[in-house]
Design a protein around this ligand. Structure first.
Ligand SMILES: *Cc1c(COP(=O)(O)O)cnc(C)c1O
Length: 222
């Protein structure tokens, strides 16, 4: 049995206080989440809507939930009332649906644009061109209920640390380019979410502001 409380405390000692830690609790039970919560930790990440909804209701209301998985449009309405940050916006259409659902309940939803930085085909996300096309469009200007706070990306799953580092640098360049072109006067555009259990040290060296960690805290998933 992993000692979740010690794991999270020792992990926090290893990261600068300026970097936020998202405890990725997908597949983990309510009791396991509570073990982390009871150390004082409040930010948790999930990647399935149904699982998030069923666990959320059994857990304290002051948890900040981040959505980190591919989000289907028909499920947006279920998380919009409470989600703190949607890290995985990967299409303009999804952003429009979030905006529309948020307007119905007069919330503004913080979002990150997920970029495709890995060599693997399977990972979701924008390319630089796709994001620029969206940012320049009239439709984007009309969105009022979403706030773009930065970018998110996942590096290739590889032991080649130089490749991982290059991919994180690419994400930082995307962030800087967006900041320069579209968000230069917006201090809320400031997040670079990158780094998981296997690569968070490199991510922090390359400028990550949010790391998303599951295995190191909760033990390996089945
Ligand atoms: C599962 C997951 C993580 C955490 O991965 P670990 O290797 O368990 O740290 C981070 N980000 C995303 C998007 C994930 O799906």
């Amino acid at each position: 049995m992993p000692d979740i409380a010690s794991n999270i405390i020792s992990l926090k000692q290893q990261i600068p206080s300026s970097v936020r830690l998202v405890a990725v609790s997908k597949t983990k039970s309510v009791n396991e989440i509570l073990e982390a919560y009871n150390t004082g930790h409040r930010i948790f990440g999930e990647n399935r809507v149904q699982e998030l909804l069923s666990k959320k209701d059994l857990l304290p209301g002051d948890i900040e939930w981040h959505y980190i998985g591919h989000l289907q449009s028909n499920k947006v309405k279920y998380i919009v009332p409470f989600i703190s940050l949607v890290q995985s916006v990967d299409t303009f259409r999804l952003l429009q649906i979030i905006d529309n659902e948020a307007s119905k309940i007069r919330r503004v939803i913080d979002c990150l644009l997920q970029y495709h930085i890995a060599r693997e085909e399977t990972k979701f996300g924008f390319s630089m061109d796709e994001a620029n096309e969206m940012m320049g469009s009239e439709g984007f200007q009309r969105l009022k209920q979403v706030k773009i706070c930065g970018v998110m990306g996942m590096a290739t799953f590889t032991s080649n640390t130089e490749q991982v580092r290059d991919e994180f640098r690419l994400l930082c360049n995307y962030f800087a380019e967006l900041k320069r072109r579209y968000f230069s006067d917006m201090p809320s555009f400031r997040e670079i979410s990158m780094g998981m259990s296997g690569d968070f040290r490199i991510a922090i060296e390359e400028g990550s502001t949010i790391i998303r960690i599951g295995n190191i805290i909760f033990g390996e998933r089945k």
